[in-house]
Design a protein around this ligand. Structure first.
Ligand code: SAM
Length: 273
């Protein structure tokens, strides 16, 4: 039986909403896209390689991989995301599928990338096992997750504001910690158990540049699934308080004047099969 069934259902439903997919692609993903060059370098993408981009979303990392001359297969379980991805990366092949059960033969790929998909799967260890299975021996794997409460930035500001001002009755279904797989303590044993070695960590200083100090609130509200589940149902006064707390942090941290360079740092993890 699948663990975290309610969470898995929430994720599939949320990412399948065309408005959420479009809002993610339009706003939130600007920070995610900043990781693309690090991915390309980490897996050493080049002509002749076959790369799978799992949880490919609207396909901007897929597009960067295609630009290297690699043959790229994008996988996502959201038809709404895949529709955007086909427009953004026409040179790739796209497959609708679940990262938890990849529909590919063993040893099919030279490299696998997962940009910000691990926080959305109910069993990251199972995904690592699937990635290892479809990678040839020696193939490279790289993934990103957002740094969480441990680092100053939009992620912490938003979730701290929800803790401080949100309705305590609005809670997410039980799920793995969205940011844990960016930490050595959790990621190394999980990757090693799946058969990976040569594991390396770095931080990508990704950010949003916006004239709106409420941008983190708006981007999480409109263009994510967990953020939306926490924010959209808040009573109006609580929503206002959460939004204001986020604005206060942006003003404190980002110079007090537009344009605001709003940090949302990413943990970047790479390994070898
Ligand atoms: C935060 S978005 C990341 C999109 C893109 N990779 C990027 O870096 O911007 C997460 C993506 O993972 C997809 N996703 C989540 N769980 C999935 C699963 N179990 N199988 C396949 N795709 C999944 C969602 O549909 C969504 O497109």
């Amino acid at each position: 039986m699948q663990k975290f069934r309610d969470f898995a259902d929430l994720e599939l439903r949320g990412w399948s909403e065309p408005e959420t997919a479009r809002a993610y692609a339009r706003d939130f993903a600007a920070a995610a896209d900043m990781c693309a060059p690090t991915f390309v370098a980490a897996v050493d993408a080049r002509p002749g390689m076959h790369v799978a981009d799992i949880c490919c979303g609207h396909g901007m990392l897929t597009k960067a991989l295609v630009a290297t001359g690699a043959r790229v297969t994008g996988v996502d379980f959201s038809a709404a995301m895949l529709e955007l991805a086909r427009e953004n990366a026409p040179g790739a092949r796209f497959v609708e599928g679940d990262a938890m059960a990849l529909d590919f033969d063993d040893d099919s790929f030279d490299a696998v990338t997962i940009g910000f998909g691990i926080p959305h799967v109910p069993e990251p260890e199972q995904v690592f096992g699937e990635v290892k299975r479809v990678l040839r021996n020696g193939g490279r794997f790289a993934y990103t997750v957002w740094h969480g409460m441990e680092m100053d930035g939009a992620f912490r500001w938003l979730f701290q504001a929800v803790q401080d001002h949100g309705d305590p009755d609005i809670a997410l279904p039980a799920a793995p910690d969205a940011n844990a797989y960016g930490s050595r303590e959790i990621a190394v044993p999980a990757l090693e158990a799946a058969g990976f070695g040569d594991i390396a960590f770095q931080t990508v200083d990704s950010m949003w540049v916006s004239s709106d100090p409420a941008a983190p609130f708006v981007f999480f509200h409109d263009g994510t699934v967990r953020g939306a589940a926490l924010l959209r149902g808040q009573p109006e006064p609580r929503k206002k308080a959460i939004r204001q707390a986020v604005v206060d942090e942006v003003m404190r941290c980002c110079g007090g004047e537009a344009p605001f360079r709003i940090p949302i740092p990413a943990a970047f993890v790479s390994a070898r099969a």
